[in-house]
Structures are given as C-alpha cells and as structure tokens.
Design a protein around this ligand. Sequence first.
Ligand code: PLP
Length: 456
Amino acid sequence: MNVLAPGSNQVGNAVLLPFSNLQTLREQRPLMFVGGKGIYTFDEAGRDYIEAVSTFYCVNLGFSDEELIEAAIQQLRALPMYPSGIHRTVPVVMELAERLAEASPVRGGHVMFATTGSEANDQLVKFTWYANRVAGEPQRRKIISRRASYHGGTIATTALGGSAALQEAFGIRTDDSLFVTHPTWPIGALPDETEDAYCDRLVEELRQTIEAAGPETIAAMIAEPVSVSSGMFPPPKDYFPKIKAVLDEYGIRLYADEVVTGFGRTGKMWGSQTFGVEPDCISCAKGLSGAYQPISAVVMSDEFYSFLEQGSNTAGIFNHGGTYGGHPVSAAVALKVLDIFEKRNILGHVQSVMPVWQKALASLEDHPFVTATRCVGLAGAVQLARPGEGKAGASPSLTPGGLAQQVYEAGLAAGVVVRPLQGSIVLAPPLIITEAEIGELARRLRLALDTVLAAG
Ligand SMILES: Cc1ncc(COP(=O)(O)O)c(C=O)c1O
C-alpha cells in the first residue's frame, strides 16, 4: 500500500495517531501535511493553513527558518550524535546549559536536558523525591497541581494534571498528587465575587488542602504561569505572589511549567516574568528549539541542586539520564534559537504586534457564539457558547466535543488550525506573525464561526 502516493485515499492504519479516534483512523485518511512556510503549513492537496496554535504550541519561529535548519545541518556534519553522560559531553550542550541557566528566572540555575516536556516534568518529580530523601525528608512526596492543567503524558505527569477521567482511563495512581482549583476568572467566580475575593478563595483552598494532607508530606506545587489546557485564563494579579507566600510558610517548593509559556509566548521571555511567579525550578521544551528538534530542560535553583550534588557524592554518581537527553543536534538548534531571539529581537516583535492581536481577538466578540475573548501575549482564547447556553458553553472540558470542536473542524475547512479546549478555541500563533497575517487569521476564524452558525 502506497500511503504516500499523491492524491492517495489510502487509510494506512498501522500508525496509532495520538489524541485521535482509533476507529475513525480505520475509515478516514488523516489530514496529511507535507510542507510549511512562515506561519503556514500545506496539506497534500496543496491547501494552506494558518497554524494558529503553532501546531502543539511549539513552532514559534515558523516553519521555514533557514538559520535553524542550517544549525542542525552543521551539527549533523560535525558530530551527529554523542550522548551526554559518564563525564562526557559536547560543547554545544555545555554552552546551551550556560546560556539557558543565565536566561532563566531561576536563581543560580543548573540545567538537566531531556527530550520532551513530559520527560522534563517527570524527571522533576523524580529529582524532587531524590532531593528530599537526601535532605532527610523522604516523606515529602506529594505534589500539588491544578485541576484541568496538563503536565505531560508519562505516568507521573498524567498523575499530576489532566482530568480525573484521564487518570481513571489509564489506571494511573494519584496517591502522591493533590489538586486545587485552577483560576478561571471570571467564569469560575461566585455571583458578585470580586477578582480579589476570588483570588483569596483559591489561596485559602490551597492552605486548607495543605493542612488537610499534612504539610510535612508535601514536596512541591507545579503550575503553568498561564495554562493552555485550562483555556488560557490569565491568573488574577496577586494569585502567584499569594500562592508563593503560603507555600513558603510550609517549606513547599514552587515549580513553573514553562513548556508552553517559555520563550516569548506571553510577551516576556518567561511566563513566570509576566505573572510574577518566583519558581524554585522550571521545565521548558517546545519553543526551546522552535520545535525543529526534540529537546527539553529542567532548570533548578542552587538550593535544590545542592541536594542532587550531595546525593551524588555519597552514591558516587548521579544515577539518572537517557541516550538522547541533550542531543547535540537539538542543542545546536536551541542555541540558534537563543541567538535569533537576540539578533532579530523576537520579544520586541511580539510586544509590537500584541495590541493588534488583542484587537483582532476582541473584534470577534460581536459574533453570536463568542461570549468572551482572552488575550495573553501572543496567545489567547475565544470562549464559545450557543445563545442561551451560559457563558462557559456546553462542553467546558478537555475532551473534544460540542461547539468548540465544530468550530475547530470548520476552521480546517477555512484554512486555520485552532485548538478546542474547555469550551473555547485556544490560540497561540508563531511569534513571527505579522500584523497583516493576524488580520488574515481573524478573517479565517470568523469564517469558521459563520459556517457553524449557518449550519444551525
Ligand atoms: C504545559 C505543558 N506541559 C507539558 C507538556 C508535555 O510536553 P510534551 O508533549 O513535549 O511531552 C505539554 C504539552 O503540550 C504542556 O502543554
């Protein structure tokens, strides 16, 4: 079977496509992409799509950056692979660690590389347990996260986020997890509750959760500065400073999952800087290499790292790693991303188009399906509901379905790829998007909304 033949209608169901219906996979050929340029991708029929969520919030510098491609080729020619471990590494990995540590919002950063965001968060959990054992507090294992957040697909990270339904479906144990409410101001507020009162209620919920579980059993809290999977609700202004104050009281560390928010998405280099998060450790991935190569990292504070060092001195080595953690080609590309941020002033560009982006999203508010729009840096969400459904719509969940899913499908036909989540359409276009392209994105999105409206 030649599934690659142009115009082929072959289904080719040998592959298990993630986050897809596996029965549909037997009957319907998936959408196949064969090329990309700037913010656009092209399918096998030659149709173009604006990637309004940078695929999986990752292709932040677009699909045809010659400098990134060249950086990969040069490293492939010089030394295509050498694992980092057993007191051996390559210069690009060392240099990337230095520059990432320097750029990160973590004090005295130490960097451990991996390949995916899930793996970075997973090893953060593993390192936490290690550090606490070394510190003589092995009972401090529990990690607090927010319901409806997403921190990855490994066993440990599935236990940290997502929905209870997801954990149940895969039989994931959550003994070491604690969950608190994710801020969704104003949808989550009680009638007449002010933003301050709403924030204080969530902070109080955190305190009570800690007290109920026993503070001495809790190691850390992990949070995205602003969460895509929860529908891109910017936290109330005082949320993170107040959360941090409570955590500090109980000796609980704060980890920022910057897998999506890192590298300019929120208008600053890190989401932590935009939302006043003071993390002990961060995880990052995706934008780190503009997603041209798989690479992720955990950046740890000096204080945290000192326990890993101490443990390694006692045991002889720090006994964790992987073949592709800090792959030289990925590291070379990531280094080039950091260069490009400086050379092309990517943050300056993001800040300059943010007002246009905000206006473009707000312009959709007159549509009968749009109940609100939210804007964070070069990301945002369009909250959807059919008239009479209430502000959050009928399907505020991680599971596809309802109006948001219909708009997603109409978006594909209109040539714009969006992400339906929590009753909203989430957006995070490549950071290189121009003002004119933002206009075109909004035009295609309105076309999708109108198509669904016309279908009744
Ligand atoms: C906030 C967040 N953390 C972690 C991950 C996991 O990253 P990966 O898919 O690279 O494993 C994701 C993926 O979308 C994410 O959105």
